[in-house]
Design a binder for this molecule. Structure first.
Ligand code: SF4
Length: 402
C-alpha cells in the first residue's frame, strides 16, 4: 500500500452541441467515435497504471466535454478498470460533470452504485434567454429536474456552475440566478466570470459589436456574489469556488495545491513525477495513437524548482489558504522578505489579508489577481537573481580575466 496521494482526471471530449463561449476540447457530432474512444481510454489506463505503483488514488474526476452525454455505462466501465488497476482508497472522491439534459434518476443511481459520490452540474444561469443566447442545450426547468434526480439518486454532494458577465445580463438577472441556485441547496458552487476566448462563436459576436457587461458591473456582480454566498453559509476557498463546510472539491484543490495528478484523454494535463505533460488536442489522433502505439504527447516538461516557486505564488494565491513564509522558504530556499513587503502594501490597499504568518488575497484582490500575482512574480524573479548573481558575476569576471 503506497502513501503518496494521486488524483486522476478522465477527459470526455463529447458534447451534444457546442456552447458559444466554450474553448474546452470537445466535439459535437462525433458520437460515432465513442466506442473507439472508450477502447483507447481503457488501454491507456491499463498501460499507465503500473507507473503509479506506490501511489494511492484519492480523487477521480470525469470532466469534459459532457461525461453524462457519454453515458453511464461507459463511465461505470472506466471506473471499474480504474479501481482494478490503481490502488484506490475507500473514501475516494469521485466526481462526474453532467449537463441537466443528459441525466435522470436511473443513470445517476447507476453511477452512485459504481462509487460516484459527487456531481458537478453546468447550470450557468436561471434565465432561459441567457441560456439560449449562449447556445446551452437546456432550460432552467431542466436544471431543477436534474437536481431533483441527483437527490432522488441519493447523491449527497452536488456542485452547480454559474457564469456572470453574460451577454445581456444585468445585476438583477445575476442576482436571480444566484438566488435560484441557492434555492436548489447545492453543497458547492463554482461561479466564473465569462471569458471571451479567441476563435469561439462568442468572440466573433463580440467583434461584431455585441456588448457584454463592463468591468465595473462584473466587479460588482462578483463582490455581491461573494457576500451573498458567505451570508448563505458558503465558504469561499478559491477565487471562484464556494462550499458548505466539508464540501470543498478535493480533486480541484490538488491543482491549486500542486499535488500530483494524472490525466487521460485528448487535451488532458498531468503533473506527475516532477514532470508536467499533456496529450494532443485531437480525438482521432489520440485514439489512433493509443491503439497503435504512436506518440500522443503534446508537451512534456521537467519543471525546475525555480519554476515551481512561481507556480506556488500563482496557484496558492488563487486559494483562500494563500501562501506562507515557512512553506516558501522550506520548499524553494528563497527569501520571502521582498514578497512580504509587497503583500503588506497590498494589505494597505485592501487587496490582501494576513492571518498569522499566512497571506491571502481578499475578494477585492481576487478581482485583480492577475496584476497582483504578476507583480509578485517580477519581484520573485529579481530576488532569485539576487541570490544567484554573485556566483554568476564571479564566474563572468573570472572568464573575462582569462
Ligand atoms: S457543454 Fe460544456 S464542454 Fe460542452 S460545449 Fe458547452 S461548455 Fe463546452
Amino acid at each position: 500500500m503506497g502513501n503518496k496521494q494521486l488524483g486522476i482526471y478522465i477527459h470526455i471530449p463529447f458534447c451534444k452541441s457546442k456552447c458559444d463561449y466554450c474553448d474546452f476540447y470537445s466535439k459535437s457530432g462525433r458520437d460515432n467515435r465513442m466506442d473507439d474512444y472508450q477502447e483507447a481510454l481503457l488501454t491507456h489506463i491499463r498501460e499507465t497504471a503500473p507507473q503509479a505503483k506506490g501511489y494511492v488514488v484519492d480523487t477521480i474526476y470525469f470532466g469534459g466535454g459532457t461525461p453524462s452525454y457519454y453515458g453511464d455505462k461507459r463511465l461505470v466501465e472506466l471506473l471499474k478498470t480504474l479501481k482494478r488497476r490503481f490502488d484506490v482508497v475507500s473514501n475516494v472522491e469521485i466526481t462526474v460533470e453532467v449537463n441537466p439534459d443528459s441525466v435522470d434518476k436511473r443513470n445517476l443511481t447507476r453511477l452512485r452504485r459504481a462509487g460516484v459520490n459527487r456531481i458537478s452540474m453546468g447550470m450557468q444561469s436561471a434565465s432561459d434567454e441567457e441560456l439560449a443566447s449562449l447556445h446551452r442545450a437546456h432550460t432552467f426547468a431542466q436544471v431543477r429536474a436534474a437536481v431533483a434526480a441527483v437527490r432522488a439518486a441519493k447523491i449527497k454532494n452536488l456542485s452547480l456552475d454559474l457564469i456572470y458577465g453574460l451577454p445581456g445580463q444585468d445585476m438583477d438577472s445575476w442576482r436571480r440566478s444566484v438566488e435560484a441556485a441557492l434555492a436548489l441547496k447545492p453543497e458547492h458552487l463554482s461561479c466564473y466570470g465569462l471569458k471571451v476566448e479567441p476563435d469561439t462563436p462568442l468572440c466573433a459576436r463580440v467583434s461584431r459589436g455585441e456588448l457584454l457587461p463592463d468591468d465595473d458591473l462584473q466587479a460588482d456582480m462578483y463582490l455581491w456574489m461573494v457576500d451573498r454566498l458567505a451570508g448563505a453559509g458558503y465558504q469561499q476557498y478559491e477565487v471562484s469556488n464556494f462550499s458548505q463546510s466539508g464540501f470543498q472539491s478535493r480533486h480541484n484543490l490538488k491543482y491549486w495545491l500542486m499535488r500530483p495528478y494524472l490525466g487521460f484523454g485528448p487535451g488532458s494535463h498531468s503533473d506527475f513525477g516532477g514532470r508536467r505533460f499533456s496529450f494532443m488536442r485531437d480525438l482521432d489522433g489520440y485514439i489512433d495513437g493509443v491503439l497503435s502505439g504512436n506518440p500522443i504527447i503534446d508537451s512534456d516538461d521537467l519543471i525546475p524548482k525555480r519554476e515551481r516557486s512561481g507556480e506556488y505564488l500563482m496557484l496558492r494565491l488563487r486559494t483562500c489558504r494563500g501562501i506562507e513564509e515557512w512553506e516558501y522558504r522550506r520548499e524553494y530556499f528563497m527569501n520571502f522578505d521582498p514578497i512580504e513587503q509587497r503583500l503588506a502594501f497590498f494589505e494597505h490597499q485592501g487587496w490582501a489579508a494576513r492571518d498569522g504568518h499566512r497571506w491571502r488575497l481578499t475578494p477585492e484582490g481576487f478581482l485583480i489577481s492577475n496584476q497582483l500575482i504578476g507583480s509578485l512574480l517580477e519581484l520573485q524573479e529579481s530576488a532569485t537573481l539576487e541570490t544567484v548573481l554573485p556566483a554568476v558575476r564571479r564566474r563572468q569576471v573570472e572568464d573575462n580575466e582569462k
